[in-house]
Write a protein that binds this ligand. Structure first.
Ligand SMILES: [Zn+2]
Length: 340
């Protein structure tokens, strides 16, 4: 009996200690300050221009003043416990607040980079509020259908099938999702990747299956750009494309082998020959959007290997070696990418 009691006490102490460790990991995060000098300054310029407003992760509002497009439009931030143990769905208040702050008006299209929750979960609601077409794979379409978005506001598009929105030509190019080095995470997030029926939230985070990962190429008479949301690549897939600006997803990339890291840079950035690279998909997925990008806590960054700080440095250092400009987007502010 005594042993049982001692055993129970020891177990209790262990649980408290483990809780304290996880709690600490979730409270501490890396320091953003070394990167603040890289955050692009905002400037108001006259004349025709393409502007972007960055709103965390891979949310980009791209506009030429006449036509506006949004990638992802993901503003809800479910907590770690909701992600691991509960169910999730669009947070209508968070969507309202972010759309107001980012001055998201009428949109021609909302285009998630793939169908995981951290890209596509809110896309149908943003499309509903802005009159936009929801553009992507059949899985993305099923997220839209589950949300009740009318079929005429949904466009399933094939790889390398250009679409015209005003002066923008948008092409989704089939790519590869980030390959999770951990086999359990890889299986949970990437095996059986299709959403085959309308998805009605709240659902488990893993029900937002990947659906097909895309590089999004956006061409305009003023300049061309490519968004690589997830840090994966298909060798040769972008050989025929060029982009003046690359927005490069770096979440998790430094958890990969040196070879993978090199190939990722080679296959996305070097083949496109950009003048400028912006690292994206490095800020926290579990904290509300704030004035500045929020660094992930150490549970995500170190234990789950998201490696935000090292990921940003990966892009900055590779760009420097190749003589390419690199910068970070400020949150919410309109910055000029190209002008006449
Ligand atoms: Zn993903």
């Amino acid at each position: 009996m005594k042993f049982v009691r001692i055993g129970l006490i020891a177990l209790g102490v262990l649980i408290v200690c483990a809780g304290a460790v996880v709690g600490t990991l979730m409270l501490v995060r890396d320091d953003l300050s070394p990167f603040e000098g890289y955050i692009l300054s905002t400037e108001s310029e006259a004349g025709k221009a393409i502007t972007v407003r960055y709103m965390g992760n891979t949310n980009l509002l791209i506009s030429d003043g006449t036509t506006s497009l949004m990638t992802d439009g993901w503003f809800s931030r479910p907590s770690t416990s909701e992600l691991l143990l509960g169910t999730i769905g669009p947070d209508m208040d968070a969507i309202s607040a972010a759309m107001a702050r980012g001055e998201v008006g009428t949109l021609a299209a909302v285009i998630p980079v793939h169908s995981h929750y951290d890209h596509a979960m809110d896309s149908p609601e943003v499309a509903r509020r802005t009159g936009a077409l929801l553009v992507g794979s059949e899985s993305t379409a099923n997220i839209g259908r589950g949300w009740g978005l009318p079929e005429e506001q949904i466009r399933v598009v094939g790889s390398e099938e250009p679409m015209r929105f005003g002066d923008f030509t948008v092409t989704l190019i089939k790519s590869q999702h980030f390959q999770f080095p951990d086999p359990d995470m890889a299986a949970a997030a990437l095996e059986d990747p299709l959403i085959t029926a309308p998805l009605i939230p709240p659902v488990s985070a893993l029900d937002y299956k990947m659906g097909g990962a895309y590089s999004i190429h956006i061409a305009h008479p003023l300049g061309t750009m490519l968004l690589q949301g997830s840090a994966g690549y298909v060798t040769g897939a972008l050989d025929e494309y060029r982009a003046d600006i690359v927005m490069l997803g770096v979440g998790g990339v430094v958890a990969q082998t040196a070879r993978y890291q090199q190939d990722y840079w080679e296959q996305i950035v070097r083949v496109l020959r950009p003048e400028k690279v912006f690292p994206v998909h490095w800020d926290s997925l579990t904290d509300p959007l704030s004035d500045k990008p929020v660094m992930p806590n150490l549970l995500w960054s170190r234990v789950l290997d998201f490696q935000a700080e090292a990921g940003v440095n990966y892009a900055l250092n590779h760009a420097k070696q190749d003589g390419i400009d690199a910068a970070l987007f400020p949150m919410w502010e309109e910055v000029v990418l190209f002008q006449e």
